[in-house]
Design a protein around this ligand. Structure first.
Ligand code: SAH
Length: 240
């Protein structure tokens, strides 16, 4: 059997009991090196197969091979395994084996971890958009950013910037500025739940100049989002 396990953004305190139990019950733990290291204390002397980034298909094939050989496999992903994670890919790779048990353990995704650190910015409708064009054409990404801004959704951006994609965030900010005010409150958290965690508030006009990297998640408010006592808040609509 295979458990696709979302381990949350960082340390053990962000993991669900289900995720901890799935890793403890496994004979083999498979994942990207960084995530395997985050759960190392739970692994003990189990077999570990860790691979570099972007080797997802290889990891799923390995998980399938081990599970078919009778092992209990935990395939670990950061955050939630079904949000830009490997849960769907694992099911596709195992499509020819419908009787193989595959479970998915939900995890705390970067958006909610980031929101909690910044205040309460996701208390109304929001959209999560990844700025990575590795698997999605930029035309589709930019259309989604534009329409989400036009719909006045609070927007969470994953994969906001990498060494190869320096200008996507700048372009996304320009698109959002066509529909949102430059003073729209925003925030981002770098390394949520991990060593070196930083949380920063800024405005939409200032966003593109921020020191944001691929370990950051950004939240751009809707037209009612405000900063109250240093915390980013989107009102739910209650009359206080
Ligand atoms: N499955 C993961 C998302 C993987 S996509 C989840 O549910 O959280 C990778 C992106 O997630 C990163 O580029 C970043 O935007 C975000 N992310 C993952 N871990 C993070 C963390 N600890 N702090 C801030 N952002 C994080």
């Amino acid at each position: 059997m295979i458990a696709v396990v979302g381990i949350g953004p960082g340390g053990r305190e962000f993991m669900t009991y289900e995720a901890v139990a799935a890793i403890e019950a496994a004979n083999v733990v498979i994942g990207y090196d960084v995530y395997v290291d985050l759960v190392r204390p739970l692994i003990g002397n189990k077999d570990v197969i860790s691979t570099g980034m972007t080797r997802e298909i290889e990891r799923c094939n390995k998980a399938l091979e081990m599970a078919l050989a009778g092992k209990r496999v935990a395939l670990v992903c950061s955050g939630d395994a079904g949000i830009y994670g490997m849960a769907g890919l694992m099911m596709e790779v195992a499509a020819e084996h419908p009787t193989l048990e595959i479970t998915v353990c939900a995890g705390v995704t970067a958006a909610t971890a980031t929101a909690a650190r910044l205040g309460a910015p996701l208390t109304h409708d929001f959209a999560i958009i990844s700025l990575s064009d590795l698997l999605t054409p930029w035309e589709k990404i930019s259309k989604r950013v534009s329409l989400a801004a036009e719909a006045d959704l609070t927007i969470c951006l994953y994969n906001p910037r990498s060494k190869k994609r320096r200008d996507h965030l700048t372009k996304a900010a320009e698109l959002m500025l066509e529909h949102k005010s430059p003073t729209t409150p925003c925030g981002y958290v770098k390394n949520a739940g991990r060593d070196g965690e930083t949380a920063v508030l800024c405005t939409l006009a200032e966003l593109a100049q921020q020191d944001i990297d691929m370990f950051s998640t950004i939240i751009i408010g809707n037209s009612e989002t405000k900063v109250l006592n240093g915390r980013l808040i989107t009102p739910r609509g209650y009359h206080t």
